[in-house]
Write a protein that binds this ligand. Structure first.
Ligand code: AMP
Length: 216
């Protein structure tokens, strides 16, 4: 089973992808996480992406398509994958289509996490993760049970993404509106697009997704 998660930044794609990964034994592929790892390594890709990411702009299609293509060719993806943060432009959607056809694969489900734009900025600026195990939290909607202690691993260290600052979020939302939202009709035409209300509590969003998955 191959899945695409669409939705604006802060819609909950990462959180829901991780839950699906565990529940269905799929591989989560987050192009944002891959790029952050490249930036941390200081690779050529990382150097090309760094300043664009810091200012909330998308990195060029050719760079991201090459990176994604080599990732989905890896053996662990044979059991199925969840694309989180890709495709983000019409060019990427078309390139994905072509690369899947060439390897006899296809997308089974496209999940669109629908969240009103006016609540996204607050959501994003409130989020943070455990520096040790990566568990995700939000100051308002999902704080750790004990203040300053990770629920999952007990660590006291947390981190925030550099691009979750309010001014960068504004730019990321602009990029989403201009370049990513226009790909929704592309997937609507395939009949595989399912809109999910992403404004409900996390467990209710998961329940909606599970209903869609049960129908596959
Ligand atoms: P994300 O973690 O998905 O929010 O992505 C963080 C940043 O990485 C984005 O704001 C972009 O700068 C870059 N990025 C991630 N995925 C893509 C993509 N598919 N196309 C272009 N840029 C991307």
């Amino acid at each position: 089973m191959n899945i695409i998660f669409l939705g604006p930044p802060g819609a909950g794609k990462g959180t829901q992808s991780k839950l699906l990964e565990e529940r269905y034994g799929l591989v989560q592929i987050s192009t944002g996480d891959m790029l952050r790892a490249e930036v941390a390594r200081g690779s050529e890709t990382g150097q090309q992406a760094k300043s664009l990411m810091e200012t909330g702009r998308l990195v060029p299609d050719d760079l991201i398509i090459k990176m994604l293509e080599s990732r989905i060719a890896q053996p662990d993806c044979a059991k199925g994958f969840i694309l989180d943060g890709f495709p983000r432009t019409t060019g990427q959607a078309e390139a994905l289509d072509a690369m899947l056809k060439a390897s006899n694969k296809h997308i089974d489900v496209v999940l669109f996490l629908d969240v009103d734009e006016d609540i996204l900025a607050d959501r994003i600026s409130g989020r943070f993760t455990c520096a040790k195990c990566g568990a995700t939290y939000n100051e308002v909607s999902n704080p750790p049970k004990q203040d300053g202690v990770c629920d999952s691993c007990g660590s006291h260290e947390f981190k925030r993404r550099a691009d979750d600052k309010r001014e960068t979020v504004v730019e990321r939302l602009k990029e989403y509106r201009k370049l990513t939202a226009p790909i929704l009709p592309f997937y609507e035409k395939t009949g595989r697009l399912h809109a999910i209300n992403g404004m409900l509590p996390t467990s209710e969003v998961t329940a909606q997704i599970e209903t869609v998955m049960a129908g596959q």
